[in-house]
Design a protein around this ligand. Structure first.
Ligand SMILES: [Zn+2]
Length: 123
């Protein structure tokens, strides 16, 4: 059984690490592991949302007739990606209250975006 802190091999059943004194009965709880993976997901979704917003903005600035095909469809896919990550951001939040508030804001934003973009995409 190796010490979690310094990785020194210790006798099976030892209470403390013979090298650093770490409590050998300590095991990282499941909750800890779960919240870590939720954090990672949150960062990934925020990055996706951020990148797609920037990309969309850049296309609008750099391409003159971006509202014509094919850039119109690139914009449409970026917009979908963006909405998807905005939905997933509150879902991966740990705090229940934040999660609920985030979901409500997201739903309102998505409904608004769907309304304005569907009108635009079908024009
Ligand atoms: Zn140790």
């Amino acid at each position: 059984m190796n010490c979690l802190r310094c990785n020194t091999p210790n006798e099976e059943g030892a209470k403390f690490c013979r090298n650093c004194g770490m409590d050998m009965s300590y095991t990282p709880s499941k909750e800890n592991v779960n919240s870590k993976s939720a954090d990672t997901l949150l960062i990934i979704f925020i990055s996706i949302a951020f990148i797609s917003v920037i990309a969309q903005f850049a296309i609008q600035k750099l391409v003159d007739n971006w509202y014509e095909s094919p850039t119109k469809y690139i914009q449409g896919s970026l917009w979908l990606l963006q909405n998807l990550s905005f939905i997933l951001i509150p879902l991966s939040m740990k705090n229940k209250n934040l999660k609920i508030v985030g979901l409500i804001i997201t739903v309102i934003m998505v409904i608004y975006w769907v309304y304005t973009n569907v009108e635009f995409m079908t024009r």
